[in-house]
Each structure stands twice: as C-alpha cells, then as structure tokens.
Design a protein around this ligand. Structure first.
Ligand SMILES: C/C(=C\C(=O)SCCNC(=O)CCNC(=O)[C@H](O)C(C)(C)COP(=O)(O)OP(=O)(O)OC[C@H]1O[C@@H](n2cnc3c(N)ncnc32)[C@H](O)[C@@H]1OP(=O)(O)O)C(=O)O
Length: 284
C-alpha cells in the first residue's frame, strides 16, 4: 500500500481561492456554538480554525454528487470509494490571524493520494495542504486529510479507544440535528450524513446523523482556550478515530501534556474517544 499510482497525476495540483472575512458567519457561528453574543467589528481577529467559514465549496447544484459534496474529478481526484469522511488535520498559526474585513487568499495543493488497508477495508486518503494569507502575510498553514471508504453493508464501529481516566477538565457538549444543520449551513457543507437521516442510515449505514469532524475540532479547541489560556494557539492537530452521532452523550476532555500543551478528546457515552487532538501554545 502507498501512494495510489492511479491518482499520481493529481498530486501537485493547486487551486487558489479568494474571499473576504465578513461579520455575519462569525456572529452566527458564535450563536451556533452558544457562545457569548457578539457583534463582530472590522479588525476583530478570527478565533483559530474559523477560517473554515470561508472559501466555501460553492459548486452549482448540477455539479453536486450523490453524497451532497461537489462531484469528484473537479479539483479532488475521482476516488471511486463512495463514503467520504474528514479524517484529520494539522495546523500551524504562523502570523497575524485573519480579521473581519480582510481580503484573504487560500492556496491549496494536493500533497498526496494514498491507498491504505484499514480495519474498515481499503481506504484512500487525500492530503491537502492549504496556505491561508491575509494582506499582512501568511496566517495559517494547514494539512487536511480526507478519507474515502467503500459503502459498507452495515455499520461496524472502529475499535473503541478508552478516554483518559483523569482528565483536567470534562465539559458536556449538546449535539442535536439543529446544531449539525446550522454547522453544515455555515460551512456550506452539503454532505448528507450530517442532516439527512434516511440517507445517513439507509445509504451510508450509520446509526444516526454524523457530527462533523471540523465541528468537533473547533469545539475542542474552544474548550482548551477556555480552560488553558496560557498563550495563543501555535499548533493544533486532530484525528477522527470513531464517528460521533447526534444521539450520543458527548464530553470534551483535556489533559495536560509534559511539554505544556494539551491533549484533547471528544468522548461518547460509551467512554470512547471520537476525535483526539493536541494543542500547542505560544510561550507567554
Ligand atoms: C466534514 C466532512 C465529513 C465528516 O466530518 S465525517 C465525520 C468526522 N470523521 C470521523 O468521524 C472519522 C472517524 N474515524 C473512523 O471512522 C476511522 O478511524 C477510519 C477513518 C474509518 C479509519 O478506521 P480504520 O480502523 O479502518 O483505520 P486503522 O486504524 O486500521 O488505520 C489504517 C491506516 O489508516 C491510517 N488512519 C486511520 N485513521 C486515520 C485518520 N483519521 N487520519 C489519518 N490517517 C488515519 C492509520 O494511521 C493507518 O495507517 P498506516 O500507515 O499505519 O497503515 C466532510 O466530508 O466534509
């Protein structure tokens, strides 16, 4: 297993998008996360990861595939495995953050297309590298892993990874279809597993609606910033290891690392880690 030669030609392809940081998505994400009601003003910095509200996948309806994402074979390779998941990401926050009112640019390169054998069967990982820049220079360097898997006959959960036994904090997170719908709308993510229950259960064979990976990554980082505000976020990495569903009882947990960073996890009602993440802070 290794780089899939079928898609070798796709590696190195780039795409450049421009956008403007506007206040409405910022305000409505604060509301969606039940955070303080704020009226963002020009010049306010975006919290880390909130650039995901911009550079939206605005394919016309005629170019949308059966899962609700843009059809593959445009910028992303035409991987034939039907089921897509956001697998993980690694980010470095390298400069002044994007601010409300900024014109911003994202340059994306397809870094790798790799076939792997997992417990879930054959999988293809597509790794994207994004550089997000503001008028003041580069702000975020990001790698994003998307995984494609064959459509299963039935849901077989990945083996559970036990949550830490003695976390420094454990906060509840209420997940429900309205939260998932609002997050899909804000990120213009048409993936039907997040809001179309018959599709999620009958076609992709999940036991419920699936909580977005980026939503879990955002709320985990938000919980870490509330509990451990020991500097700015310098780096953040995360990996989805088990799907999280709208019916789950969820907590967001944090553990202090020896190097001063924090390990984070969303944990379901069975005590299994769903997303694990690590945050590193700038020195204070
Ligand atoms: C937005 C959006 C979609 C979503 O938000 S989907 C919801 C968020 N994502 C998830 O919930 C993912 C949950 N994870 C899983 O279901 C499984 O972990 C997964 C990804 C199916 C893999 O499970 P396996 O048990 O089959 O994998 P193995 O542990 O056997 O590993 C095999 C090799 O794959 C590598 N790998 C596994 N998981 C990841 C990962 N998350 N990121 C990167 N790489 C991964 C693992 O290291 C093994 O590699 P080797 O080189 O060691 O063979 C939207 O669509 O927009």
């Amino acid at each position: 297993m290794g780089t899939d030669s079928t898609f070798a030609d796709w590696i190195g392809r780039t795409q450049t998008l421009t956008d403007r940081v506007t206040a409405v998505p910022v305000k409505t994400l604060f509301a969606t996360l039940d955070d303080a009601v704020v009226a963002p003003r020009d010049g306010d910095p975006l919290p880390p990861l909130w650039h995901w509200l911009f550079f939206l996948p605005d394919a016309p309806m005629s170019q949308v595939g059966p899962d609700g994402h843009p059809k593959r074979g445009g910028f992303l390779p035409p991987v034939p495995l039907e089921r897509r998941m956001w697998a993980g990401g690694r980010l470095r926050f390298v400069g002044d953050p994007p601010r409300v009112g900024d014109d911003i640019t994202r340059v994306t390169e397809i870094r790798d297309v790799t076939e792997k054998a997992g417990k879930a069967g054959s999988m293809v990982f597509v790794t994207l590298h994004h550089t997000i820049a503001t008028p003041r220079g580069p702000a975020v360097e990001e790698e994003q892993d998307i995984v494609y898997i064959a459509m299963p006959d039935r849901f077989v959960p990945p083996p559970g990874q036990a949550a830490p036994s003695d976390p420094a904090w454990s906060d509840p997170l209420d997940v429900d279809p309205v939260l998932l719908f609002r997050y899909s709308a804000l990120t213009f993510n048409g993936h039907r597993i997040h809001y179309d229950r018959p599709y999620a259960m009958e076609v992709e064979k999940y036991p419920g609606l699936v909580v977005h990976g980026p939503l879990q990554a955002m709320v985990l980082l938000g919980s870490a910033r509330r509990h451990a505000p020991s500097g700015e976020v310098a780096a953040y990495s995360f990996r989805g290891v088990h799907p999280l569903f709208d019916f789950d009882t969820v907590s967001m947990q944090g553990v202090v690392r020896d190097d001063g960073g924090h390990d984070l996890a969303t944990v379901n009602g069975d005590g299994h880690v769903c997303m694990k993440a690590t945050v590193q802070w700038t020195a204070t």
